[in-house]
Design a protein around this ligand. Sequence first.
Ligand SMILES: Cc1cc2nc3c(=O)[nH]c(=O)nc-3n(C[C@H](O)[C@H](O)[C@H](O)COP(=O)(O)OP(=O)(O)OC[C@H]3O[C@@H](n4cnc5c(N)ncnc54)[C@H](O)[C@@H]3O)c2cc1C
Length: 379
Amino acid sequence: MAHIYDYAIIGSGLTGLSVAAALSRETKNVVLLDGLDHAFGANRQINFPTGPINNGIRFVPDSVLSEKALGFLENLLGQKVIADVSDEAPVTYDSGNFKTFLGFGENPPAFWEELSYFTSSKRIDLQLQPFQWTQMLLEKFTGEFMPRSYVTKFQQEGERITSVTVNGSKTVHAQNFIFAGAVRDLSLLLPEDAISQRARAKLGKNSYWTALCLDICHSKAVTESTAMHVLNGTTQDEIGPCAGRFMPAVEVDGNMIQASQWITFIETEVTDDSEVVGMTLKKIKRQIKRAYPEALDDVKLERIFVSPYIAGNGDLKLSANKTIPNLENLWVASAPLSEQKNLVGALLQAEMIVASLGFKVEEAAVSEAPAEEFSEATM
Ligand SMILES: Cc1cc2nc3c(=O)[nH]c(=O)nc-3n(C[C@H](O)[C@H](O)[C@H](O)COP(=O)(O)OP(=O)(O)OC[C@H]3O[C@@H](n4cnc5c(N)ncnc54)[C@H](O)[C@@H]3O)c2cc1C
């Protein structure tokens, strides 16, 4: 007889891992499936010459909901995540000077909504970084993690999902399923009659943006500024502005070096067009160079991270308890279904699904995290 898990979670990014860690307080009979050969999704650790960093820029604007989301995470981890709340206006470079960024006036870029997330003056300073959150969540998970396990289909009997097909051949059975992958993929994964043709078409048609990230290790200290930079160049064109910031300079082998991380967005349809990607990266660099003429001399290392479907609204109507209508045991935890964006959206969606499953993550005794010690131990 095939083993039947209590819960199968599809996707081991921040959302799936948050649900997995919460369920681990209730049962060990949980399987966590991911198509990649590692957990963590977008929030994995990158080892840079300056030390471990996030996989691309991570910024959390301060708001009541951000604090709620991070409170949920702190309860899951039993550790403090928030170090402080800072008030620092974003800056831009214009006519040879840095100025407070006041917005794009009448000419906002098409992805303004995505970029504006990064332009909040109030931000949460983190004591633990997102790549550490996911590592710690995986440590809290007591079920079975199956990497290299891409879910290619759900099987349905009546109003229940009974199993998923993994890598096109293997079958994994469970009582309950939590999907924490890209919501758009549901149009391919769900059985033929599970959602209406209209809902399926709508999922495919939603507008999504691809995040284009550039992480740079500068061979010298460039600036002490900790402000978010919104750089827009001199010309308005279809590529639009980018946002980014510098991390504190560090001394390595007697030299000061500094990392900076930048983000912009392109339409998902052109993600595979190397010319558009190349042009966009070139433009980010041109903007950095204009503001900091020597910053790109003898760059030590740079990495590019292209993440399709990262932003956009995953329009899918769920039933009152967050399952797919007519499928009583398939919960959708995908972050784009949250009204909040990004990390905050991922955590709030996970919190809501955990509550819909009938569990409450009780407030834990939250201890101060020894952040430096942790990052050294996990390098
Ligand atoms: C470059 C970049 C910069 C960002 N900057 C910020 C920021 O500054 N502030 C902020 O708040 N947020 C930011 N975000 C967004 C934030 O990282 C995401 O909101 C968050 O990672 C979402 O987590 P997730 O678990 O929903 O998705 P993911 O991290 O994408 O994880 C999904 C996982 O599901 C797996 N999966 C998907 N489909 C299947 C399947 N069918 N079978 C098996 N496995 C599957 C994938 O392999 C993946 O591991 C950024 C994201 C990127 C990429």
